[in-house]
Ligand binder design. Structure first.
Ligand code: SAH
Length: 335
């Protein structure tokens, strides 16, 4: 059991139950502040950590959109929750031959974790850091990238019981935390995610821009209880050890679209497999394989499989773009 467990047990004894939302926020804040959670030795692995191809294709997506909107001389290239900064490093390397692109892009990372900020500064030396989108000046076009960011934001959970809907909370018993009442029919809402989508939408409309969201999730309808905890690549009880496991909830893409407002144009969500194939993952993998030895070819093939196979990340992960109505349609969403 964790130190934060004991802090929360004491707090609940003094003040009564915490909402699931506040529990998730406290747990993830402590979790991300203290560690680099990514990779084989960590708790989970993300698409950019699986293969450089992922960030390269996102880089091509950004540069293509920037060129087709007339190559603005300056724009803010913002990444929300960049982890180790791998996606951005691969994206910038892949787009270095696009004339004027690197000079135009002012890279800002939105990151709260000091550990991850240090990793990001090492791999993308010129980047600025901000604690939130609100802290970044709203003074020029922006392209925002968010891979596995929105799923880390705290959700409110509502459960239906005899008395109607009520917000689910976390209680303490014998020094252990558990959700109450036991959830049946659960609905979720992510106010922090919606607030970010609303701000991004307003900025996109004012200055021109786009936001690319890649995450696991659904689009409207009901997904039920999607709160989960992952530690050392295994699912564990989300209430067992706060601050030591990655807590996530599936992203409701339709809720983000609604929050961004009806004037912003939404593309997708499409599956990650469809998006990456439309951007040419097959061609890119073949090019890398031609330069690799047998072992290297196996690694590339296995990475492409993990990113695109329907029983891996290909179908659960979705990609959506929110774009200024006068900007061209972004790549990757053709039907
Ligand atoms: N995008 C990266 C990392 C995903 S992990 C990748 O694909 O590898 C989630 C990231 O979001 C981490 O960088 C974490 O520190 C950051 N994060 C989580 N909650 C946050 C918050 N409330 N504000 C800013 N960053 C946050």
């Amino acid at each position: 059991m964790s130190d934060l467990n004991d802090v929360l047990v004491a707090q609940i004894a003094a003040n009564g139950p915490l909402t699931v939302h506040d529990y998730m926020e406290r747990s993830n804040t402590a979790y991300y502040a203290a560690r680099d959670p990514l990779g084989a030795a960590g708790d989970f692995t993300t698409a950019p950590e699986i293969s450089q191809i992922f960030g390269e294709l996102v880089g091509a997506w950004i540069a293509d959109l920037w060129q087709r909107v007339g190559a603005p001389a300056r724009f803010r290239l913002i990444e929300l929750g960049p982890g180790r900064g791998t996606l951005m490093a691969d994206a910038l390397r892949a787009s270095r031959h696009v004339p004027g692109f690197q000079d135009a892009a002012l890279v800002t990372f939105v990151e709260t974790s000091p550990v991850l900020r240090a990793a990001q500064a090492g791999i993308v030396p010129g980047a600025d850091h901000a604690r939130s989108l609100a802290d970044i000046p709203d003074d020029m076009p922006l392209i925002v990238i968010a891979n596995e960011f929105f799923d880390a934001l705290p959700v409110r959970q509502y459960g239906r019981g005899a008395g109607g809907w009520r917000e689910l909370t976390v209680a303490a018993k014998d020094g252990r935390l558990a959700r109450e009442p036991a959830p049946e029919h659960v609905r979720e809402a992510c106010p922090a995610g919606e607030a970010i989508a609303a701000m991004a939408g307003a900025r996109i409309l004012r200055q021109g821009g786009a936001m690319l969201v890649i995450d696991y999730g659904y689009s409207g309808g009901e997904a039920g209880d999607t709160l989960q905890a992952v530690k050392a690549h295994r699912k564990i009880d989300p209430f067992a050890s706060p601050g030591t496991a990655d807590l996530t909830a599936h992203v409701d893409f339709q809720a983000l679209v609604n929050a961004a407002g009806t004037d912003v144009r939404a593309y997708g969500p499409v599956t990650q497999a469809a998006f990456l194939s439309a951007l040419g993952i097959g061609v890119r993998a073949e090019a890398l394989m031609r330069r690799a030895d047998d072992a290297g070819r196996k690694i590339i093939a296995s990475a492409v499989h993990r990113l695109t196979a329907p029983d891996q990340m290909g179908a659960l992960f979705k990609v959506m773009a929110l774009v200024h109505p006068e900007w061209p349609p972004p790549a990757g969403f053709a039907v």
